[in-house]
Design a protein around this ligand. Structure first.
Ligand code: SF4
Length: 97
């Protein structure tokens, strides 16, 4: 029998309403595993929920924006990566005057 204790919450990786239910396992302040909250109406979560620990604890998370690395229309569209540019440079590239 496992003595792992999971905590229940919502995924906040997108603007989906209502948010998808997840449960997570932590070690101290670190989330180490995410699973589906099976009885929650918005379940199962998508891939983004499962990679939340890698995103939340990545050392570059506050310095570089996370951007989709594959086209939305590709057969495997969920590639997310840290973009090499600083957020202010990306913002200025997207500004339309
Ligand atoms: S699991 Fe996916 S669809 Fe659901 S709230 Fe998270 S990112 Fe959005």
């Amino acid at each position: 029998m496992s003595n792992e204790e999971y905590f229940y919450t919502f995924c906040d990786a997108c603007n989906e309403v209502p948010m998808c239910g997840i449960k997570f396992l932590s070690e101290g302040d670190l989330v180490i595993k995410v699973k589906s909250w099976l009885d929650f109406p918005m379940s199962p979560p998508c891939l983004k929920a499962y990679i939340l620990p890698q995103i939340r604890h990545h050392p570059k998370r506050l310095l570089y924006p996370i951007m989709r690395t594959r086209n939305k229309d590709s057969p495997d569209p969920d590639g997310l990566g840290f973009h090499g540019m600083k957020p202010t440079i990306l913002l200025s590239l997207n500004l339309r005057i």
